[in-house]
Design a protein around this ligand. Structure first.
Ligand code: GRF
Length: 197
């Protein structure tokens, strides 16, 4: 992509856990529904993240970068150095449980995406599904947005509604939302890459 070439867009995916959205993105790239792209690296801040094994199974390069008592800035500087080395075009946060430093955000502004399990601006932050249930929402959903300095408050790219059913638990609602997340994130990445290509 960069500078109008026919090169593939290089995507980095940052995870902290299960990695099901990372898998959805990687499979969409491999299956061609995100065209002209490759997943160049999967980075986890957690050495035991289950998603790492899934990434390895798909023969993706993986890297663990733990914070280990460093400041957010120091940790992020190491991540950014790895991203720069691999000439990353787009950073996708997929269950990455850390807030990014402003240095990281500035380096990749407009090229960092996140997926969140609610219809933002409703229910930002942790436990979005529980927040929706506690609030008595009848519709929730998921959002893919650009990452800026606010908590889950960056410009929205795309959203999808998911109904809340009577008797829903956090688990049942999360599961229903997750099914849509796995479709929505690849769609959003495809759309964003079309704009920055
Ligand atoms: C997803 O619900 C995502 O919206 C949120 O964290 C969860 C990550 O799940 N940011 P997974 O690791 O992608 O399976």
């Amino acid at each position: 992509m960069a500078e109008g070439s026919a090169q593939k867009a290089r995507i980095a995916i940052l995870i902290s856990g299960r990695g099901s959205n990372m898998i959805a993105l990687a499979d969409a790239v491999r299956g061609g529904s995100i065209p002209n792209a490759e997943v160049a690296i999967v980075i986890s801040d957690q050495p035991n993240a289950a998603g790492l094994d899934q990434a390895k199974k798909r023969r993706l390069e993986t890297l663990v970068i733990e914070r280990r008592g460093r400041t957010r800035e120091e940790h992020d500087r190491q991540i950014v150095a790895e991203l720069r080395e691999r000439k990353i075009d787009l950073v996708c946060l997929a269950g990455y449980m850390r807030v990014l430093s402003s240095e990281f955000i500035n380096t990749y502004r407009g090229r960092i995406l996140n997926i969140h399990p609610s219809l933002l601006p409703s229910f930002p932050g942790l436990n979005a599904q529980k927040q929706a249930l506690d609030e008595g929402a009848t519709i929730s959903g998921c959002t893919v947005h650009y990452v800026d300095e606010t908590l889950d408050g960056g410009p929205i790219i795309v959203q999808r509604d998911v109904p809340v059913h009577e008797g829903d638990t956090v688990e049942s609602l999360s599961e229903r939302i997750l099914i849509e997340e796995h479709k929505l994130y690849p769609e959003a990445v495809k759309r964003v890459l079309e704009q920055i290509e």
